[in-house]
Design a protein around this ligand. Structure first.
Ligand SMILES: Nc1ncnc2c1ncn2[C@@H]1O[C@H](COP(=O)(O)OP(=O)(O)OP(=O)(O)O)[C@@H](O)[C@H]1O
Length: 328
């Protein structure tokens, strides 16, 4: 997919199953929105096809695709009531008044909007309520597919979490097929059946959230999804030969006791440089001879304070190694 001469997305291919929650995840500018807009028919596809339920819709105008879309900025009609916003597509499709009444109330229920809220102007609603209206409006015509482009990113953290759960619940209960765009890896891992990780216009890895996190197939994915300590220096005193090694912070054990490492372990000693309380776990930054390492410890009380001498145990089976970017 191109913008003039610039190729924004190249050789990307994926299948989305009916009733699944499918996420396009990647950093800003990697081509997620371009791909989503191509599915919706809002961007042309220079090469390749878009197939919906076995039908090639690559050349079909957006209005004929019957695909629902929810944007980051909601794109609601500010001068209309909530009811009229939600019923807009139904009215355009010339559905009868009783039919519109029934469908608007049905989707309003799904997204937890009350009858009182349906009578309000959209400007009178909070950000979270407006986003519910945008989702209800997209759902009202019962599209076979709903596309969502960073729909929660304008909301505060608490509301975002609440709406994440509601959206996931809605998708499961109503069996809606959703393609969701986000740059937030925890959102992607939590909500999705499958995740497609994008990087600069191409697909790095496609898989179930657990596989993406536990077995990142590329160096990019290992760093973009979750945290990873680069431990090249721990692994070898030789100059790097293009192979890079990583370990997740939660795989490292931290102790003040002396440790004798087994053949399946590496031992590194260091000093606590920072101890951050993160709600239900602690994240420590440990200064070592090989550079700083981040360690996560799931204790609710800090066992260590800044300056403490500690020993770190790294199980070798948890080390992820990449040569020229690919898992070895
Ligand atoms: N209308 C446009 N004209 C020209 N280039 C564009 C246009 N829209 C996007 N691009 C370029 O295409 C590439 C992919 O953009 P896209 O919006 O798809 O990325 P994204 O992954 O959705 O990013 P973000 O999370 O920031 O929205 C970027 O390099 C961007 O600069």
């Amino acid at each position: 997919m191109k913008y003039n001469d610039f190729t924004a997305v190249e050789k990307v291919s994926f299948n989305v199953q009916e009733h699944e929650f499918f996420t396009l995840l990647g950093p800003s500018g990697c081509g997620k929105s371009t791909t989503l807009r191509a599915i919706a028919g809002l961007n042309p596809v220079s090469e390749g096809q878009v197939i919906l339920n076995g039908e090639d819709i690559t050349k079909a105008p957006a209005s004929n695709r019957h695909i629902g879309m929810v944007f980051q900025n909601y794109a609601l009609f500010p001068n209309m009531t909530v009811f009229d916003n939600i019923g807009y597509g139904l009215k355009l499709a010339k559905q009868s008044k009783p039919e519109i009444q029934q469908k608007v109330h049905q989707v309003a229920d799904l997204v937890h909007l009350t009858s009182a809220e349906l009578k309000k102007g959209v400007a009178e609603l909070s950000g979270g309520q407006q986003q519910r209206v945008a989702i209800a409006r997209a759902l009202a015509p019962q599209p076979p597919l709903l596309l969502l482009d960073e729909p929660l990113s304008n909301l505060d953290a608490k509301l975002r979490e609440q709406l994440r759960n509601e959206l996931k619940q809605l998708q499961r209960d109503a069996g809606i097929t959703m393609i969701y765009v986000t740059h937030d890896q925890s959102e992607a891992l939590m909500m999705s059946d499958h995740v497609a990780v994008f990087n600069i216009g191409h697909l790095e890895q496609l898989g179930e959230p657990e596989a993406i996190y536990k077995r990142p197939q590329t160096e990019f994915v290992s760093q973009f999804v979750g945290e990873a300590n680069q431990i090249d220096a721990v692994m070898s005193s030789e100059p790097a030969n293009g192979t890079h090694h990583y370990i997740r912070p939660e795989k490292i054990t931290i102790t003040a006791e002396p440790v004798s490492a087994s053949a399946e372990q590496l031992m590194v000693s260091g000093r606590i440089a920072a101890a951050n309380f993160l709600g239900f776990y602690f994240s420590y930054t440990v200064t070592t001879d090989y550079g700083p390492l981040t360690v996560i410890n799931k204790h609710s009380r800090s066992e260590f304070k800044v300056g403490d001498q500690v020993n770190l145990v790294l199980p070798t089976k948890s080390i992820l190694s990449y040569r020229e970017g690919a898992l070895v």
